[in-house]
Design a protein around this ligand. Structure first.
Ligand code: AKB
Length: 330
């Protein structure tokens, strides 16, 4: 505990200015809780407020500030920004690719109307706003190997369409109003917490199922190559990118990635850690989504402009996931 305190103390001090007050929306999704932990270590516990419409566990409450925020309620959101003197908004609320296809009207409300609310508030109160985008913002007309930062997008899921909308709206607000909009296009993020509703989820579910039952039925075919990244790299990317001075950024949306693999290659890497893996393949509608997405993501612009470097490769990711998921399951 002492060590943690020291790290926190020096990192806040080294900023040489008071730390930002950060609000995270959609905080109980795949990224929120760990993101809050990461940023609280850097900026102080009370400076990072997690929010969602879900009732939190006791652990989440004990970790730091948590409040109810419905991104579809503009006034409510406005009140939070004012009362908590928010400086930075990290907007995670979204329905992911597979679940979005099952409820398009809800995805439109959450992903598009929600974005309208947060961006308008960010403009009014001059907030720095971070919105994640995704490999899902590309489609069948995009070059897939590699997929450059600027190219044809035209996604075929409502999730992808809403993310292109968010990217373009953010860039527009930046040029028109000087809004400090920042966006990273993430690949599939691999964490021990289950994501829920994505196309890349198999690469998480497989660890839970193999540890629990020794077998897994994969909904993508064995050769489906997709870009991926461990959560630790994703949070570091987000945090480093939020700190880059505006003058250094040549664009507002950057591709970031760490690796690309297929289910077959993942199983191969996992088999070094367990005696037996029984895997079967039964592609479903998520296969059609994956077939339109990038296979290899070109993040050279992020590397060039703000020195982005991933640290976790496939072997390390597998090692980390076995440790993290075992800790949760056993
Ligand atoms: C999904 O599969 O929908 C997400 C993503 C890649 O954006 N994990």
């Amino acid at each position: 505990a002492t060590l943690k305190y020291n790290i926190r103390y020096y990192s806040v001090k080294s900023l040489n200015k008071s730390p930002p007050k950060i609000l995270i929306t959609g905080g109980l999704g795949q990224l929120g809780v760990e993101c809050a932990k990461y940023l609280r270590n850097k900026y102080g516990r009370e400076n990072v407020i997690l929010s969602d419409i879900i009732k939190p566990s006791k652990e989440i409450i004990n970790d730091g500030p948590y409040i109810f925020v419905d991104i579809l309620d503009f006034k409510g959101l406005q009140k939070v920004v004012v009362n908590h003197r928010v400086d930075w908004l990290i907007h995670f609320s979204a329905l992911l690719s597979a679940i979005g296809e099952q409820n398009v009207p809800l995805a439109v409300r959450v992903n598009i109307e929600g974005m309208h609310n947060v961006i308008e508030l960010a403009k009014q109160y001059k907030l720095r706003i971070f919105v994640p985008s995704t490999i899902g913002a590309f489609g069948p007309d995009s070059p897939r190997n590699p997929t450059p930062n600027v190219t044809i997008q035209r996604p075929r899921t409502i999730y992808g369409v809403s993310k292109v909308h968010a990217e373009l709206l953010g860039e527009y607000y930046y040029h028109k109003f000087g809004l400090d909009f920042r966006c990273l296009r993430f690949p599939g993020i691999i964490s021990s917490d289950p994501p829920g509703g994505g196309t890349t989820d198999y690469a998480i579910a497989i660890f839970h199922e193999i540890i629990r039952k020794g077998q897994y039925k994969c909904y993508l075919n064995p050769q489906t190559r997709l870009p991926m990244m461990h959560l630790k790299d994703a949070l570091r990317a987000l945090s480093e990118y939020l700190e880059v001075p505006n003058e250094q950024l040549l664009r507002r949306c950057y591709n970031v990635t760490a690796m690309s693999f297929t289910p077959e290659e993942l199983v191969q890497a996992m088999s070094k850690h367990v005696q037996e893996i029984k895997i079967s393949y039964q592609p479903d509608s998520r296969q059609e989504i994956a077939d339109t997405w990038p296979q290899v993501f070109d993040d050279s612009e992020a590397r060039r402009d703000w020195n982005w470097r991933p640290e976790i490769d496939l072997d390390n990711l597998v090692k980390l996931m076995f440790d993290e998921v075992r800790e949760k399951v056993e």
